[in-house]
Design a protein. Structure first.
Length: 255
């Protein structure tokens, strides 16, 4: 995800446009909107605009970002004012979707949430053999700015911190966060171990203040260690991501 932010965007001849952030549904992992900045210096200052994420295209050969939809313009309807708490409420999402002529994916994805949560709870219980119930990720009716997810502490089933989130792997075809990178036992970002955790295995409490994983420190090794996946720290083949989901009996396309 962090490789998208700060990247220049070809926007119908407009210059000095770059990705400054993404708006993410923290419950489902859906990336719904991209925030772009114009006339900024090192990502600071300038005007910001929020655009549908599915309008952002990546050219296969050049890897350059572009917004080719001629119907999208930088006007008052897309102006973005960052919130102090980093949240974009459900009413704002619905209003923008209607203005942009887009389906409200946030509402659609939440309609599938209860079934997905039960499926994940059953899968995690089977993997960890704890028999405990996964903390439900309910209530958080908002999107959050993606940079606010970084370096968040993750709590285990015993209410102790088991690590922190250091990054996320995104499936650009589905516009979803698929895997969270969990740093465990690291000191100032060094040493320790990294685990790749399916996003659906994580839970967020009703206040959105705590991220939880229904395991304890002593059985964290049941999840996939990054250094055992022949992963280069950047791009992970989608086949390997699907294998990780299959290991926990989680549907890769769920949510």
């Amino acid at each position: 995800m962090d490789r998208l932010t700060g990247q220049d965007v070809d926007f119908q001849g407009e210059k000095d446009i770059e990705v400054s952030d993404l708006l993410v549904d923290p419950v489902t992992g859906n990336i719904l909107f991209v925030v772009v900045s114009s006339d900024s210096v090192l990502g600071l200052g300038g005007d910001q605009y929020v655009l549908p994420f599915d309008s952002l295209k990546i050219h296969a050969q050049s890897r350059q970002l572009a917004i080719n939809d001629k119907s999208i313009t930088l006007d008052d309807n897309t102006a973005y004012a960052p919130k102090r708490n980093g949240r974009w409420g459900s009413e704002e999402v619905a209003t923008y979707c209607a203005t942009a002529g887009k389906k409200n994916l946030m509402k659609e994805s939440r309609n599938k949430l209860e079934e997905m949560q039960q499926m994940v709870a059953n899968a995690i219980d089977k993997v960890t053999d704890t028999g405990s119930k996964k903390t439900e990720a309910m209530g958080l009716e908002c999107l959050v700015e993606s940079h606010r997810l970084y370096n968040r502490e993750v709590y285990g089933a015993d209410n102790n911190v088991i690590g922190e989130l250091s990054g996320f792997l995104v499936d650009l075809d589905e516009a979803k966060i698929k895997l969270a990178i969990l740093d465990h036992g690291a000191l100032w970002g060094l040493m320790g171990s990294q685990y790749l955790i399916p996003w659906q295995a994580l839970g967020i409490d009703q206040q959105g203040k705590r991220i939880v994983l229904d395991v304890n420190e002593d059985n964290l090794d049941k999840f996939s260690k990054a250094d055992e996946l022949d992963w280069n720290g950047s791009i992970l083949p989608k086949a390997k991501a699907r294998d990780i989901y299959t290991n926990y009996e989680i549907d890769y396309t769920a949510g």
